[in-house]
Design a protein around this ligand. Structure first.
Ligand code: NAD
Length: 360
């Protein structure tokens, strides 16, 4: 099959890690008979240098016209790079907000997986880490408290601030459908997280999620209160498969879930729109401190490319081949410097990419 991928290398280590992900996609293509056509798009600091803005309308249109977008990272050294003398809406990171909005991305997917070989990096008790975990946080991205009406005003002489948490049933339904679809590609279990003992928006959330669940009799659904979920994530993370939740709860829980894996260079992510379209990027930033040294860990970006295969192109077998290659390399002791430990074999960014290509 043929797929058109818009590629945004961005700044810092972006070009290095995206290059490795492209190499791996091409190796998968050669083995399984697919062609990935890439169109490079400028975003972030490099776009400011070329066009004066972090994302041009043409760049956004190119991304929109593709089947999926693969992004490295954008941004530089805050307070040092000249991009940060610009007003906030013209800085590199403004490109991220513009592209997420422009592409209608409403579902954020953050997997948290503990590799057997990297258990030592997990900050949890050994007995908890030994059980392992493999979960996916599905966070609603465009509604709730972060987008509701807000104001700060004086009421009876007292400064008062108000934020509004609003969801309509359509917003809840579309993210719930994504979560159930994703669960079908994993272990068929959804835990929907809310605060239904207090919030009206959470009670509507539960009602709509229960309705959607009726169309997925093969997927188990449980509801969990957000405070309990925050505790369960550190007590017994192995119980989770898909966590479905609203914007602010998801913001906090997805960071907690990634923290317990312990290794930032391994964390992939995706943001999905209606249909199959999505933007795939590592969870980490542009790491300007190590840019250009060929030492960055490309695995988060390569795993993001695997997510693109699975969720935008329905190429599950090919996605598994990438994930299995990474597991086998870690088992054989190959490490980039950020995850290096005694007795392991240290490799560069490009060597890690080459090794993954060899094994897919
Ligand atoms: P960062 O994630 O870029 O770096 C944090 C630390 O982790 C650094 O020490 C870095 O060297 C290390 N690191 C990150 N990714 C790594 C990898 N793949 N391999 C090895 N080490 C890695 O976060 P930061 O330092 O807070 O931000 C740097 C720049 O990136 C800023 O301009 C920030 O705005 C931007 N940023 C961009 C995104 C994005 O594009 N989505 C996200 C976060 C930060």
């Amino acid at each position: 099959m043929n797929f058109n991928v818009a590629v945004i290398p961005g700044d810092g280590i972006g070009p290095e890690i995206v290059n490795e992900a492209r190499k791996v996609l091409d190796a998968v293509g050669a083995k399984y008979g697919h062609t990935f056509n890439y169109t490079e798009v400028l975003m972030g600091g490099v776009s400011i240098d070329a066009h004066g803005v972090p994302l041009t309308d043409e760049a956004l249109a190119t991304a929109k016209a593709s089947d999926a977008v693969l992004l490295g990272a954008v941004g530089g050294r805050v307070g040092i790079d000249k991009w940060y003398e610009l007003p906030p809406n013209l800085r590199p990171e403004a490109g991220l907000l513009a592209i997420r909005k422009g592409l209608g991305l409403f579902a954020n997917l953050r997997p948290a997986y503990l590799y057997n070989e990297l258990k030592a990096a997990c900050p949890l008790k050994e007995s908890v880490a030994d059980a392992g975990f493999d979960m996916m946080v599905v966070r609603e991205l465009t509604g709730g408290l972060y987008f509701g009406e807000r104001k700060t005003e004086e009421v009876n002489g007292v400064m008062t601030a108000i934020d509004t948490l609003k969801y309509d049933e359509n917003e809840i339904r579309r993210i719930a459908i994504k979560a159930f679809d994703i669960a079908r590609k994993r272990s068929n279990k959804v835990i929907s997280v809310d605060k239904a003992n207090v919030l009206d928006s959470s009670r509507l959330w539960q009602k709509v999620v229960n309705e959607v669940a009726k169309d997925y009799p093969d997927v188990t659904l449980e509801h969990m209160l957000v405070d309990n979920c925050a505790m369960q994530l550190v007590k017994d993370p192995s119980q989770f498969d898909v966590i479905l939740t609203e914007n602010m709860f998801g913001d906090i829980l997805s960071d907690e879930a990634s923290m317990i894996t312990g290794s930032i260079g391994m964390l992939s992510s995706a943001s999905l729109a209606e249909g199959k379209f999505g933007l795939y990027e590592p969870s980490h930033g542009a790491a300007p401190d190590i840019a250009g040294k060929n030492i960055a860990n490309p695995i988060a970006t390569i795993l993001s490319a695997a997510m693109m295969l699975r969720y935008s192109f329905d190429l599950d077998k090919e996605a598994n081949a990438i994930e299995d290659a990474i597991k086998s390399l870690l088992a054989d002791g190959y490490r980039t410097v950020d995850i290096m430990s005694e007795g392991m074999k240290q490799v560069s960014c490009s060597e890690m990419g080459d090794l993954i290509c060899e094994r897919v």
